[in-house]
Design a protein around this ligand. Structure first.
Ligand SMILES: [Zn+2]
Length: 183
């Protein structure tokens, strides 16, 4: 299995380990992009001072939302475990490969690809220049716009909000239809 890309979703505070040496560790949680293009949740514990720590220190400093490469999964773990000896590095690109943005002048928000992740095309509000692609994986949004990139830990933008709004409305309509069938 080759090296994978992953996104840090959470870094827990340093805490005491139940290991024999009682060392402190960071627990990191990830979304890992698998070789077949799917995604899995995974975790690992990183101990400052261990030989592998120099690989992880910049990643931990960069914080949640950071995309990293060089990730290997340990075999036979459920939930999945990232091998702490992976020689990871920060990747400056989104975890999901967005389809190329189309120069659509007056588009509607629409589903480009269903599944998990699913991809949406969201036209800019002015409707004149371009649109953006939003990916949703397990309800977690990612957008290719710069507002998203600079939203820090909020990990949100107007495009993601518009997609989530639309989905909420669609779910309501669906629920109403089902109710009408029942009565
Ligand atoms: Zn956006």
């Amino acid at each position: 299995m080759g090296a994978l890309k992953a996104k840090i979703t959470k870094i827990e505070q340093l805490k005491g380990s139940r290991n024999w040496d009682g060392s402190l560790y960071y627990r990191l949680k990830f979304l890992v992009k698998t070789e077949n293009g799917g995604m899995v949740f995974a975790m690992t514990d990183i101990v400052p001072g261990y030989r592998n720590f120099p690989w992880w220190e910049p990643v931990i400093k960069a914080g949640p939302g950071t995309v990293i490469g060089g990730v290997y999964l340990k075999e036979g773990f459920k939930p999945c475990k990232v091998d702490a000896d992976s020689q990871v590095f920060i990747v400056h690109e989104p975890l999901f490969a967005h389809p190329k943005a189309e120069p659509l002048p007056l588009g509607q928000i629409r589903l480009v690809k269903s599944g998990d992740p699913e991809t949406w095309y969201v036209p800019s509000k002015s409707g004149v220049d371009r649109g953006y692609h939003v990916s949703l994986f397990h309800g977690i949004g990612e957008c290719e716009c710069s507002a998203f990139r600079y939203s820090g830990n909020k990990r949100s933008c107007d495009h993601i909000k518009r997609v989530l709004d639309l989905k909420k409305k669609a779910a309501l309509v669906q629920a109403e239809k089902t109710a009408q069938k029942l009565f």
